[in-house]
Ligand binder design. Structure first.
Ligand code: GLN
Ligand code: ZN
Length: 758
């Protein structure tokens, strides 16, 4: 039968067993043995789910992160951790999570930096490199897991991160040239391959996803040098690329002396023929035919039609797999008993994707007749989705076609608008505000939970939420803030809250996906044309507004963030889905304005996250993303002030896009960077108003008024004082009132002091 394999399975467990085991261990409530037992059970269970595959992945399971595991295996942890006391597991979690003086052994260690894994929402621990960096192979964990899989009767295919991608992902702490470390790194990899071969492994998957990015010549040469060196091992290397097409790197990838190449068949569909031509007669081509990053069923018939001729040519040299590791999708659809059955019939989570893979393999090897029933079922689901009224809404499509450029334009330019807003709002210099949410107390969460469970009537729920809003408004009144918010007590999550009220959005109950460590997110699923059939926030905001004479800021999540934090449709472009979201938000913006709300904030925390992996594709993305924001925001009068907010900011390389958003006010996260992020705005001569965060909401520390004044003085060196706002870095929902009240009191005081000196 045709060879099938998987690049990686979600490690968190269908009911997040790993999360709970980790958190209990970290709290000291369970032992290291309990944790390692849970790990072993999950690995065995996950291999069982993959038992129909020719090879199961090994080494993809991790207690925190696969890049950190790779650093451990290479003996490459930062010196600050190597020197600390404790077991290997302690050191591992120390670099993953850091350790502060409050901990019992008092050896404070800074956590490793975390950043996003390519263009996914998964975060890895960045390897740290400097001139002293040395490697020393520590293969025990991987060898152990290989043994475990073999003992359970599976053909183990270890999965490791390739040497060039490993260096590419790392961060240099001095002026060391990353690639100068390659010669130290390759002997470790070669030794590892040899050990795995001795352990009875025939194939090793080595991931080099950087092959789908633009590579300078020295990085291309590094790949050539690496795989030439690793060819000395008798183990077969399956070089894996994913998350995109090979494009300019196709010839390079096909020329590397490896036993097999895996490509992302969804992105590389039209590259496969070229690859078939280039590969030698003994090389394997593994095609990723099942989308490892989205939740839709595969169109099996269409895939088979595509694969048949390739299979005729390659025969046993064609392997099949998902496009990438299944780490990025939820585990098991069969637990979703409460989901709408029609929507459920269109979906496949990790386990279901492996069933699809198996069906494709059987159909190719033994003929489609062998799985005729399953293929028919699949076809019915695909057809049902293609034709469903749940997906297609003519009114939405027509409206989108009718959108013209002027819909995304304000009536006047910033200067004229600012003058009108100044008149309408009458705000002092250095106006103070917050980013939206106030502490989400246990009571608030209980109110929402009870309402969802049906234990609170709608009326009681409304009354209780209103009480929270009123309390929040009273606090802001007492603090003397200038622009108020209602505090967002009704929102569980900034995307889910809106998605739940829009048609075209679906939700899973257990569709968790690892974000980092034990943290998971449950992205909503956009399955159909997006329509807003009712007001989303107007009632709460109007109620809040009725309680005060201060301006009340309306609070919305922007279309780009909604898109980037959801599973999206694969039957139309992201751009088109984003524009539908934009129209829905636009309606809400206009409804708020009509209700008298004349400051409206549209959060775009995830705008940067959507940037494509290849720089050459950035501009296209930014054009439609910014266009969508503008479509959502710009249907208002000049006197209505539009704010936007962005966290995790690095603006340097996207400044023109930020300016093109043309929000009257942008609030950003700057407190920990001493305002240097504002340099980008300064150099760009950014014309509109900015609220550079002066209060780091990620820390329980209460900043003093002096500290905040100093930060604002630094800001005023870059941006004229008349265009500065004073606000925290982000929403306050994760903080406690005991921290928030004194911090905001100091913030208001800081603004008062600033007004005296400017
Ligand atoms: N308005 C949101 C809040 O305050 C913004 C959150 C975010 O940007 N991540 O919680
Ligand atoms: Zn934020």
């Amino acid at each position: 039968m045709i060879t099938t394999h998987n690049l990686g399975f979600p490690r968190i467990g269908s009911h997040r067993e790993l999360k709970f085991a980790l958190e209990s261990f970290w709290r000291g409530e369970s032992s290291a043995k309990d944790l390692t037992d849970t790990g072993r059970q999950l690995r065995i269970r996950h291999w069982q789910h993959q038992s129909k595959l020719s090879f199961v992945p090994v080494g993809d399971f991790s207690f925190y992160d696969q890049v950190l595991d790779m650093s451990v295996m290479l003996g490459h942890l930062p010196a600050r951790v190597q020197q600390s006391q404790g077991s290997a597991l302690d050191k591992y979690f120390r670099i993953a999570r850091g350790r502060t003086a409050g901990d019992s052994d008092c050896s404070c260690v800074r956590a490793g930096e975390m950043t996003k894994w390519f263009d996914t929402n998964y975060h890895y621990i960045v390897p740290e490199i400097d001139g002293d960096t040395a490697f020393s192979l520590d293969p025990e964990r991987l060898l152990q897991q290989v043994k475990e899989a073999q003992a359970a009767g599976y053909r183990a295919k270890p999965v490791i991160i390739g040497p060039v991608t490993y260096l590419w992902l790392s961060k240099v702490k001095d002026d060391t040239d990353k690639l100068s470390l390659l010669s130290k790194l390759l002997p470790q990899y070669l030794a590892l391959l040899n050990l795995l071969f001795e352990a009875g492994v025939s194939w090793v998957q080595i991931d080099e996803p950087i092959l789908v990015t633009e590579l300078d010549l020295d990085w291309q040469q590094a790949l050539q040098q690496s795989y030439a060196a690793l060819a000395a091992s008798p183990a077969n290397v399956l070089l894996a690329t994913y998350f995109g097409a090979l494009k300019d790197n196709l010839a390079l990838a096909a020329s590397l002396p490896v036993a097999g190449l895996h490509v992302d068949g969804l992105a590389c569909g039209d590259e496969v023929d070229g690859l078939v031509q280039r590969l030698t007669n003994d090389q394997v081509l593994s095609v990723g035919v099942i989308n490892g990053r989205n939740v839709w069923k595969t169109d099996l018939k269409q895939t088979l039609n595509w694969l048949q001729p390739i299979y005729q040519q390659l025969k046993g040299r064609l392997w099949l797999a998902p496009s990438c590791s299944l780490l990025h999708v939820p585990v098991d659809l069969s637990t979703e008993a409460a989901m709408d059955p029609t929507l459920r019939s269109w979906l496949a989570f990790a386990q279901q994707k492996l069933e699809e893979l198996n069906l494709l393999a059987v159909a190719l090897t033994d003929g489609e007749d062998k799985v005729a029933r399953q293929l028919k079922e699949n076809q019915l689901a695909i057809d049902s989705r293609r034709q469903s009224d749940l997906v297609h809404c003519d009114a939405v499509q027509r409206r989108l076609q009718g959108v013209n450029e002027s819909d995304a334009e304000r009536y006047s330019g910033y200067t004229a608008r600012a003058a009108q807003q100044k008149k309408a709002l009458d705000l002092p210099l250095f106006p103070t505000t917050t980013i939206g949410s106030f502490p989400q107390t246990a009571e608030i969460r209980a109110i929402r939970r009870q309402f969802k469970a049906g234990d609170l009537t709608e009326q009681d729920y409304k009354t209780k939420v209103q009480q929270e809003i009123a309390a929040c408004v009273a606090e802001q009144e007492a603090l003397g803030l200038d622009v108020f918010v209602h505090g967002e007590p009704e929102r569980n999550d900034m995307v889910e809250y809106f998605g739940e009220q829009l048609s075209g959005y679906g939700f899973s109950k257990y569709g968790w996906v690892q974000s980092y460590g034990s943290r998971c997110v449950k992205p909503p699923i956009i399955y159909g044309d997006i329509a807003r059939t009712q007001a989303l926030t107007v009632d709460w905001t109007s109620y809040a507004r009725s309680l005060t004479n201060k301006p009340m800021k309306g609070m919305l999540t922007g279309p780009v963030t909604m898109l980037n934090w959801s599973f999206v449709r694969d039957d139309q472009s992201r751009e088109q889905t984003c524009r539908q979201l934009a129209l829905a938000i636009r309606d809400e913006v206009q409804a708020l304005e009509a209700a008298g709300v004349n400051i409206i904030q549209i959060d775009e925390a995830a705008l940067r996250e959507g940037l494509p992996l290849r720089r050459s594709e950035w501009q296209y993305y930014l054009d439609w993303a910014v266009g969508s924001f503008r479509l959502a925001a710009n249907g208002v009068a000049d006197s209505t002030q539009i704010h936007t907010h962005m966290c995790y900011s690095d603006f340097n390389d996207i400044m023109p896009a930020i300016a093109a958003m043309d929000a009257d006010v942008i609030t950003i996260e700057t407190s920990r960077s001493d305002m240097v992020l504002l340099d980008a705005f300064d150099q760009f001569s950014y014309p509109n108003q900015i609220g550079p965060g002066v209060y780091d909401i990620h820390s329980p520390n209460v900043p003093s008024a002096e500290q905040m004044v100093e930060l604002m003085q630094l800001a005023a060196e870059r941006i004229p004082a008349e265009r500065l706002w004073v606000n925290p870095d982000c929403g306050l929902k994760t903080r406690r009132w005991e921290e928030v009240k004194p911090a905001l009191k100091n913030m208001v005081q800081a603004a008062e002091q600033l007004r005296e000196s400017y």
